[in-house]
Design a protein around this ligand. Sequence first.
Ligand code: GRG
Length: 286
Amino acid sequence: MKLISYIQEKREIINLYLKNNLPSEKTEPVEIHQSIRYSVLNGGKRLRPILTMMTAELLGFSHEKVLPAAAGIELIHTFSLIHDDLPCMDNDDYRRGKLTNHKVYGEALATLAGDALLIMGINFICNNSKVKGISKESVLDALQYVLSKIGTEKMLGGQVDDINLQKKQANQEKIKKIYSNKTSALICASLNTASLLLNAKKDQFNALEKYGENIGMAFQITDDLLDIQQDNREENKSTYIKLFGIQESKKEALDYCERAKDNILLFGDKSALFIELADYIINRTY
Ligand code: GRG
């Protein structure tokens, strides 16, 4: 399968970039840098930076043109995971099969590691201006776009609504909005950061935005289904599965996946990997 080897190859590239560009464990104050490296370099799937690199290649450029920004998006994603796991949020003990950051380093340091990763993520995106052929204007556009996707009206807002929803009655409309904000927004940002850095055409940007929205929804519903299979369900949390049941949720995930495949048809033959990726997202086992 072409996609699997593509993912493995790109995952190694991003892992190496992160390892080499994060402050070392010996950088003072050592605790925060150890805590940061613990969470970043602990085996994430790297879906988001892979999407950024895939988009660069879809547009006819090397992945190297967007590598710093791709890594920055992964740092922002890791920040959101560390904060999401905190006792004041989801209160999780395990992440990526290992103890969560606060379980190892304590709540104060975990909170600060999350804050630091947001700052570093933004800085990595800014560093994309040092790549040959990438203008400072396009980096500013990409950065503002990413910030709009993680702020109070998108990812952060989704988290706020998610927390509040536990106390209220959930319905289809509310759950969809939360999933779109909490998960699809950063996935769109991963794709279209590359479009902005590489001056894609408006119709290409729009197609990728729709594709990202739909694979993000499929990704989050699949995440809920995997939680049920692995018995990680959180009793007080409203999810798609609780609202619609397993069979209907699987069907919804498939529908989102099919819509995403339609969205990407604009790119013709070049969209093959994106079509394979949409299927991978709903068939994944972790
Ligand atoms: C962004 C300003 C700002 C605040 C953070 C905590 C928070 C607000 C948002 C949480 C958002 C969140 C955790 C969404 C869930 C998305 C999701 C399915 C994460 C898991 O992604 P994977 O499976 O993880 O790609 P890996 O471990 O593979 O990287």
